[in-house]
Write a protein that binds this ligand. Structure first.
Ligand code: 5AD
Ligand code: SF4
Length: 439
C-alpha cells in the first residue's frame, strides 16, 4: 500500500523535558518540509508518539494511544513511535501493534523525513542506531521558541543505576560542543527565549575541552537578552566545584537545584549502584547552600526498591527531613526488563510500596507547603509563561520555579514582572504586580 505524502502532523510527547526538546526539533524539521502542525491527533496525516520507557505505566500508555489512533473511516494516519520505548522495544512494537509504520530511537529522529517518505512508498521503516551527536548537525536552526526554552547539552548515561533503562535507551554519555551550544542559545534568545533550561540525563556531566557545566553557564550568562538559566537533571557525583561556585556568583543562574538522591539508605544506594552515599549527598547540599542560601532543592525518590526494609525506608524519610526539599518527585519502583534490579531477590509487595509512597509524598507535600510559605511577603521577579483561568490572570515562574498567579492587565506571556507574594499554598502562590522589568 502506498499513501500520499503527509501534509499535517501531530506530535505527542511523553516523559521528560528531553522529549519535549526532541519533539520541538522534530516539529522544526517537518515545518521545514512544508508540513503543518495540528493538535488534533485524529485528523493528522502523521502522528509521532515520542515515548518514555522509564516506568512500566509510561510504556503501557503508548500501546493504548496507538489503539486510539485507528479511524472509523479506515483513513489511518502514518504512525511513528519515537523515543525510549522505540529504542527499548524495537521491532516488538510493530509485532504488537502492526498499525505502527515507523520505529525510531532518540538518536535517529533526524532521519524521520526520509523514513516518512519510505512509508509513503509503502515500506515500513525502523532505525534504532545510537550514533551520538549526528542528529544535531542535521536538524534545522532554531527559529521558534516560547519564553522558556529547553536546550539539550548532554545526552545519555554511563552511571548504570541498577533500576534504570536510560543507559540502554539513550546510550553513552555524550556532550555537545561548546560553540554549537552557544550558537543554539543565541538563536533561541533571538527567537524570543528569556529563560533557557539546559537539559541532559546527567546534565552536569557535560564537559568539553576540559570545561565543565559551570563554565558553560558563565558563557551563557554573557548573552544579552537572556535573563534566566536553569539546568536539569543532575547527578551528585558530577557536582563540580566550578558548578557549585557558579550558583554563588552567576546572577542569571536561578536558585533551584534538581539533585536526585533516590534513597536515604546507604545499603539501598549501594544496591542501586548510585556511587554516592547519604552523607556525601548531604555534604554537597551544604556546599551549595553555603554559596546560595536561598536555593530551592528538588529531588527524585524511589520507594520499594528490591530489599528495601522498613528501616531503609525510615532512612529515606529522614534524609528528606535533613535535606529539606522545596519540591520533589517520588515513584514506586517499577521493574524494567533488562535492568539488574528487575531480577533481584526480595521484590517488595505492591501494598508495602504503595503505603511507603503515600507516607513519603505526605512528608514532601508538607515540605513544599512550608517552603512556599517562606516566600510570603517577598518581592520577586516572575517570568510569565501562560494564561490563568481567571480573566486577565497570568501565571509565571518565580526564581525558585514556583507557579505564581497574578492579575496583570496589559501584560503578555514572556514579560518579566516584579511582584509581591501575597498568598502561598501547597501548589502555587499569588502575587500582586509592582512593575514590569522586561518585555
Ligand atoms: N522505577 C521507578 N522509578 C524510576 N526512575 C528511574 N527508573 C525507575 C524505575 N525503574 C525514576 C528515578 C529517576 C527518575 C527520572 O525516574 O527517580 O531519577
Ligand atoms: Fe538512570 Fe541513574 Fe543514569 Fe539517572 S544516573 S539516567 S537514574 S542510570
Amino acid at each position: 500500500m502506498t499513501t500520499d505524502s503527509p501534509k499535517t502532523y501531530a506530535i505527542k510527547n511523553y516523559g521528560c523535558q528531553m522529549n519535549v526538546y526532541d519533539g520541538e526539533r522534530m516539529a522544526e524539521m517537518f515545518a521545514a518540509q512544508g508540513m503543518t502542525e495540528t493538535n488534533d491527533r485524529n485528523a493528522a496525516d502523521l502522528v509521532v508518539l515520542n515515548t518514555c520507557h522509564i516506568r512500566e505505566k509510561a510504556a503501557e500508555k503508548v500501546y493504548s494511544e496507538i489503539g486510539r489512533l485507528r479511524r472509523k473511516d479506515g483513513a489511518d494516519p502514518i504512525i511513528a513511535v519515537a523515543g525510549c520505548v522505540a529504542q527499548a522495544e524495537g521491532g516488538e512494537i510493530s509485532r504488537r501493534a502492526p498499525e505502527v509504520n515507523i520505529v525510531v530511537g532518540p538518536q535517529a529522529y533526524h532521519k524521520l523525513p526520509e523514513m516518512v517518505a519510505a512509508v509513503a512508498r509503502g515500506e515500513r521503516s525502523v532505525d534504532l542506531d545510537l550514533p551520538g551527536l549526528d542528529k544535531f548537525a542535521v536538524l534545522p536552526k532554531r527559529r521558534k521558541t516560547g519564553a522558556m526554552a529547553f536546550l539539550t547539552v548532554q545526552e545519555g548515561c554511563d552511571k548504570f543505576c541498577t533500576y534504570c533503562v536510560v543507559p540502554y535507551t539513550r546510550g553513552a554519555e555524550i556532550s555537545r560542543p561548546f560553540a554549537e551550544l552557544i550558537n543554539e542559545a543565541k538563536a533561541l534568545v533571538d527567537a524570543g527565549a528569556k529563560e533557557i533550561t539546559l537539559l541532559g540525563q546527567n546534565v552536569n556531566a557535560w564537559e568539553a575541552d576540559g570545561q565543565d557545566l559551570g563554565t558553560l553557564i558563565r558563557a551563557l550568562d554573557r548573552i544579552d537578552g537572556l535573563a534566566r538559566i536553569r539546568y536539569m537533571t543532575s547527578h551528585p557525583n558530577d557536582m563540580t566545584d566550578g558548578l557549585i561556585a557558579a550558583h554563588g556568583d552567576v546572577e542569571k543562574l536561578m536558585p533551584f537545584l534538581h539533585l536526585p538522591v533516590q534513597s536515604g539508605s546507604d545499603r539501598i544506594l549501594k544496591a542501586m549502584n548510585r556511587s554516592h552515599t547519604r552523607d556525601s549527598y548531604l555534604r554537597i547540599i551544604e556546599r551549595v547552600r553555603a554559596v546560595r542560601p536561598d536555593i530551592a532543592l528538588s529531588g527524585d525518590f524511589i520507594v520499594g526498591f528490591p530489599g528495601e526494609s522498613d528501616a531503609d525506608f525510615e532512612d529515606t524519610l529522614s534524609i528528606v527531613r535533613d535535606a529539606g526539599y522545596a519540591m520533589a518527585y517520588s515513584f514506586k519502583y517499577s521493574p524494567r526488563p533488562g535492568t539488574p534490579a528487575a531480577t533481584m531477590d526480595n521484590q517488595i509487595a505492591n501494598e508495602v510500596a504503595d503505603d511507603r509512597l503515600q507516607r513519603l509524598q505526605t512528608l514532601l507535600v508538607d515540605q513544599q507547603t512550608a517552603f512556599n510559605a517562606t516566600t510570603l511577603g517577598r518581592t520577586t521577579d516572575i517570568l510569565l509563561e501562560r494564561e490563568g483561568k481567571l480573566l486577565g490572570q497570568l501565571i509565571g515562574k518565580s526564581p525558585w520555579l514556583q507557579s505564581v498567579h497574578v492579575v496583570a492587565p496589559g501584560l503578555n506571556i514572556g514579560d518579566i514582572v516584579t511582584v509581591d507574594i501575597t498568598e502561598t499554598g501547597p501548589m502555587s502562590l499569588k502575587g500582586e504586580m509592582l512593575m514590569k522589568v522586561a518585555a
